[in-house]
Design a protein around this ligand. Sequence first.
Ligand code: PEP
Length: 249
Amino acid sequence: MRTPLIAGNWKMNGSAELVEEFGRAFTGTTLPAPLDVVILPPFPYLDAARRAFDGTSLRLGAQTLNPLHSGARTGEVSGRMLKEFGVEFALAGHSERRQLYREDDAAVHDRLLAALNADITPILCVGETLEERDAGKTMEVVLRQVGYVMARLEPDQRTRVIIAYEPVWAIGTGRTATPKQAQEVMAAIREYQAGFDRELAAGLRLLYGGSMNAGNAAELLAQPDIDGGLVGGASLKADDFLAICQSAG
Ligand code: PEP
């Protein structure tokens, strides 16, 4: 009932050559169906990616966006601009944005709303730090991050949001949450959404992120509340990323 989704977040990595490599690797490749596959390259590669991915199953995403449509915001990019380049998905609240660029829940909400207003599907990223997990605060932190945004959306907007649970301690560390740990939090997120609307909760797409790779993807994706993955490091090699996509069948 829920279409699985595998998204590759290149962060500030990649090159024009990598874009071409992905275009070649996904040309004529049979993937499990149904499956959405998204690549989120750095902004400068979006246009080349749109051309290189044409005719493949790869779709385009953005790693962030500015809440405004246009204006005096040096260095920023708006949802309207991203849409012009074929972007269909955008992250809001990635932990690197929360930590390094001090984006709090309000800033995350503004970005997510900007994505919705530009007709881009937002992927809301949430997750606890190691200190928060050790202090037994995982659910409190994650549900606060989810709740802040969801409570401020209209019912029809809520149905368009994808949520990625990414424990901060698992991102880029090689340390993956166990399938049981991930499943526990994902089930709690879905249950929380059921408080708004049971149908919404049943249709909500939930991704796991945090050192997912070709070796651990199948077990994570087999969990009942995990509908896909947000992949960082392992999305920088076409073969590895392809193998993760194949696990989503
Ligand atoms: C991410 O940046 O969203 C991520 C999950 O990274 P990694 O897979 O490298 O842990």
